[in-house]
Design a protein around this ligand. Structure first.
Ligand code: PBE
Length: 273
């Protein structure tokens, strides 16, 4: 009789898009007959990475620019293919396979209310630098110290905020709506940005690299079951920014479960029944 199949342990970081992506990949694996076990909401990037290295999880979706700057601590690069090639080669040396790159780029998008943009005449991050000392930023825990976070905003734009309110990533939009903060460290595919009509400030000095979603999986686990790689790659090929923003909105704005949102997506693509 066949050996009991070990489940692929699917992890995620601590925000909506990660929950939805982890569910999408996990449900696609299940539909292909691969058992999964979910370990979602682990924390920030370095916690998820540590969980992979310590074999507590087998897989999680990460973003190329984050892998380059936060995990590998390499020099920044702007070409998506160059970033991808670099992280794929470096992760391979850690026994981690980086599968195909999706068309889903989720970078930072600094946002303000339209009235704030109007009041201070803000269109770009260079504009924000003039008045940032008068404003309070709301952001998740990682942003303060990440090399591509506050330190980079200071180095590139000389932006320093008057105050920094650290919060769970999921609470940023309530904080700006209720005027607890005037500026939010948004993620470009956050569904709440357009639903609240917030203004995105342009990264006019191209501070940030591309942050494309890629599946990262322990090579050993990938090799153990030939079904896994093709399934994950098929899913990645279906992802794009507008459908992701809609799914993120369904969770954050409509309070639907990531699991249900993921199921509907896969069903619409014919990957699950
Ligand atoms: N993001 C946007 C990335 C960084 C920029 C939040 C999707 C992340 O590291 O999770």
């Amino acid at each position: 009789s066949a050996q009991a199949q070990t489940a692929v342990r699917v992890g995620s970081k601590d925000f909506t898009e990660q929950f939805v992506l982890a569910e999408i990949y996990a449900q696609a694996l299940e539909a292909a007959g691969v058992k999964t076990e979910k370990k979602l909401n682990l924390g920030g990037t370095l916690i998820a990475q540590k969980a992979l290295e310590e074999k507590q999880i087998d897989f999680y979706p990460e973003y190329t620019g984050t892998m380059l700057l936060v995990v590998l601590k390499a020099q920044t690069m702007s070409d998506p293919k160059a970033v991808y090639d670099k992280v794929k080669a470096a992760y391979a040396k850690m026994g981690l396979a980086v599968l195909d790159q999706s068309n889903l780029n989720n970078g930072y998008s600094i946002v303000v209310k339209p009235e704030t943009a109007q009041k201070y005449q803000l269109k770009t991050l260079s504009d924000l630098a003039r008045v940032s000392k008068q404003l309070k930023l709301g952001a998740g825990a990682e942003f303060r110290d990440r090399i591509d976070g506050l330190p980079a905003m200071k180095a590139t734009y000389n932006i320093e905020f008057g105050d920094y309110l650290q919060m769970a990533v999921g609470l940023r939009y309530q904080a700006i709506q209720s005027d607890q903060v005037q500026v939010v460290n948004g993620y470009s595919t956050d569904g709440m940005i357009s639903s609240l009509g917030l203004t995105r400030l342009k990264d006019d000095k191209n501070l940030w690299p591309p942050y494309y979603v890629v599946p990262v999986i322990r090579q050993q686990v990938l090799d153990a079951n030939p079904k896994i790689g093709p399934v994950l790659n098929r899913v990645s090929a279906l992802l794009d920014e507008s459908s992701m923003a809609k799914m993120n909105y369904q969770v954050d704005g409509e309070k639907r479960e990531p699991k249900a949102v993921a199921h509907d997506f896969l069903k619409s693509k014919g990957l699950v029944k």
